[in-house]
Design a protein around this ligand. Structure first.
Ligand code: DMJ
Length: 691
């Protein structure tokens, strides 16, 4: 028998010569076998070869495909924790409107600029630390959504078995090489980050459906271009302070009306979002209200803390975010008001966060269940973020001092000691991840002052100041790091010689700067104020100008989340903004630095820059009816694209720093008496060195 032609071969292998009626299994098997036997040896070998190829291909692609599946299921799990159904009210949370608002006694006086209870007196009050051994509660009902999660680097989820180093390098290289591409393309591969938590770019660029079709509140922003001209700038301090109070009241109104007791306001859809279910915005706002003298608002919030706030709940919280926002907020409010309610709550929370430190390396896990007393890393890695494990120290140290229970201080000091002597730094610059099993840095060779590393540098200096400038290792690490920044990361743009801080990936420089890095001018200035080299202040002045330009050069007067700087001399623009980076989350860092710069220099231009930013927030992010919203596009004043979210740090940090910037009273939270944690909560500088 002649071997069949190629056409015959295909018909032999693919078609059923007996038609659809001949479909008995046995006969089909026999017919297949007959066909197989009719093939020549060469044809059989070819078929076997193809099958083998298919098998190998299947085996090779299996891990990445399943990893992708795992990534998606992680997203859904995380979504449960981070973005629960916005319509279900957790048990026990009532609208303030239903309650007799203001039942709690109003604060005895207006803003206190000194601790109402002197630290040493408070420290005398020894309280038994309460363990986290609390009953396991059933998980609250959760409604899954189809949107991606907001935490966790998607690239780490998607890349499957790619090595950590290669992956990190790839991320940075992508950014270096990328032209300003289509929005969709950028959206797919970039990670937009916020210190300690990551937001996927797709969430970053597209307005949420509620922002587009919302039948509730109209989007913010002027209706026509003529309205984009900023209103006349009042020069009087009082006007500016009052403008900040107005902004706060407006933000608070939205929160009170639509999100009371929940984590975050969604001002466009007039609803709320839940992250940990701890009333994040309310707690983040407490000390701001006290400082601004908003007594009624404060009293209502205090009442909620007293009657509704419970940490005895089965919920996974992020150690860093909960420490800086909630623990920090409670400690700060205790210092300002002297009200022991806040200290008691802080002690309860602090003890419930402690299980995070039970790891082989003593580097804490990122997540802890404050009801169950269990902790774990994110699902996609056993790494913790460097900034997260080294930016909880101010709060835990203060908690030990107040309770005279050393356990809090001991665990966070241990982290600092480990990081201090760990190999893998480059001239004081630290990698962005650390493994909770080995205690070693991972993703080595990638250095940034932005997301995932930023507040490490901030807390080196601030811990040193908090402890009365006695802890030499902290100072040594800080000074080395500033040298490292100068040597490796500081560059100037070609056109206007703007000084900026870029990133480094395996010796390759990337002229990218997160808005988060704008904390640095303030921190450098604080160091110089505390006796560190004068050239730190010079660098602070230059970087402050750059952060100002990041706002000024945008059509809305608001900075994007990330900018790229132009190193070429012959091109006009200093600042390039990629489509996926054009959003603004109401972040505080530039206003924070303006506050420090004004306090130390008294140069009124810093106030004027701050005033312009406040106008821009009012023009483009203020939502009629109450609240402010993050926006998608700082380059489009006609359609800034509201994202329907008011971050808690807008009230906790941004508005507080505005107020302090415009206040003429240098004793209003003197920088010689207090340090601000990275969420702008106030902690006292200790009267004596730590033991
Ligand atoms: C805040 O939660 C803190 O400032 C943190 O350190 C960084 N991210 C936000 C503000 O941008």
């Amino acid at each position: 028998m002649y071997p069949p032609s190629r056409k015959d071969f295909i018909s032999l292998t693919l078609s059923d010569p007996h038609g659809p009626s001949y479909n008995n299994g046995k006969h089909r098997r026999q017919s297949c076998w007959r066909k197989w036997k009719q093939l020549s040896r060469l044809q059989r070998s070819l078929v076997l070869f193809l099958l083998a190829l298919l098998l190998i291909f299947g085996l090779l692609t299996y891990p990445s495909v399943t990893q992708q599946w795992r990534g998606w299921s992680d997203r859904e799990d995380l979504l449960e924790l981070n973005d629960r159904d916005v319509t279900d009210l957790p048990r026990g949370v009532k609208s303030i409107l239903d309650d007799a608002a203001g039942k709690a006694p109003p604060p005895a006086a207006g803003p206190h600029v000194r601790p109402a209870v002197e630290p040493d007196a408070a420290a005398g009050a020894v309280v038994e630390p309460k363990g986290p051994n609390v009953p396991i509660l059933p998980k609250p009902p959760i409604k899954k959504k189809n949107s991606p999660n907001k935490r966790g680097p998607p690239s780490l989820q998607k890349d499957g078995n790619t090595s950590d180093t290669v992956r990190a390098e790839k991320q940075v290289q992508e950014v270096v090489q990328e032209e300003v591409a289509g929005e969709e393309e950028d959206k797919d591969k970039k990670i937009v980050s916020w210190r300690g938590a990551m937001i996927e770019a797709d969430q970053a660029t597209e307005p949420p459906p509620s922002a587009i079709v919302g039948d509730a509140a109209p989007p913010p922003g002027p209706a026509n271009p003529a309205d984009t001209v900023p209103p006349e700038v009042p020069t009087g301090t009082v006007d500016r302070l009052e403008a900040v109070c107005d902004a706060f009241r407006h933000a608070w109104k939205g929160y009170k009306d639509y999100a009371w007791g929940h984590d975050e306001l969604r001002p466009i859809s007039r609803s709320f979002g839940e992250w940990f279910g701890l009333g994040l915005t309310l707690i983040d706002s407490l000390d701001t209200m006290w400082i601004l003298g908003l007594k009624e608002e404060f009293a209502e919030a205090r009442d909620w803390v007293e009657k509704e706030l419970s940490f005895d709940k089965n919920v996974d919280v992020n150690l860093f975010e909960t420490t800086i926002r909630v623990l920090g907020g409670l400690l700060s409010t205790f210092h300002l008001t002297g009200d022991r309610l806040f200290l008691e709550k802080a002690k309860d929370l602090g003890s419930r966060l402690m299980p995070a430190f039970k790891t082989p390396s003593k580097i804490p896990f990122s997540d802890v269940n404050i009801g169950k007393g269990t902790a774990h890393p994110p699902r996609w890695t056993s790494d913790s973020t460097l900034a997260e494990v080294t930016s909880i120290q101010l709060e835990f140290r203060e908690l030990s001092r107040l309770t005279q229970d050393p356990q809090y201080q001991e665990v966070v000091n241990e982290v600092m000691k480990l990081v201090h002597k760990l190999p893998g730094k480059q001239d004081g610059l630290v990698p962005m991840f650390i493994n909770t099993n080995t205690g070693q840095f991972t993703h080595k060779g990638v250095f940034t002052l932005g997301a995932r590393a930023d507040s490490y540098y901030e807390y080196l200096l601030k811990q040193w100041i908090q402890g009365g400038k006695t802890e030499d290792d902290l100072l040594e690490d800080y000074l080395q790091a500033v040298d490292g920044v100068r040597k490796h990361l500081v560059r100037q743009t070609g056109p206007s010689k703007l000084t900026f801080v870029g990133e480094l990936s395996h010796s390759r420089f990337n002229p990218k700067m997160d808005h988060l890095v704008c904390f640095l001018p303030g921190t450098l200035a604080l160091g110089a104020h505390n006796g560190l080299p004068g050239d730190h202040m010079d660098l602070a002045v230059q970087l402050m100008e750059t952060c100002h330009q990041m706002y000024k050069q945008m059509e809305t007067g608001l900075s994007p989340e990330i900018v790229h700087f132009n190193l070429q001399a012959n091109d006009g623009n200093d600042v390039v903004v990629k489509p996926a980076d054009r959003h603004n989350l109401l972040r505080p860092e530039t206003v924070e630095s303006l506050f420090y710069m004004y306090r130390f220099t008294k140069d009124t231009k810093y106030r004027d820059w701050g005033w312009e930013i406040l106008q821009s927030f009012n023009n483009y992010t203020k939502v009629p009816g109450g609240g402010y919203t993050s926006i998608n596009n700082v380059r489009d004043p006609l359609n800034p694209g509201p994202r329907d979210k008011m971050e808690s740090f807008f009230l906790g940090e941004t508005l507080k720093y505005f107020y302090l910037l415009f206040s003429d009273d240098p004793e209003l939270l003197s920088l010689d008496k207090y340090v601000f944690n990275t969420e702008a909560h106030v902690l006292p500088i200790w009267p004596s060195a730590p033991k």
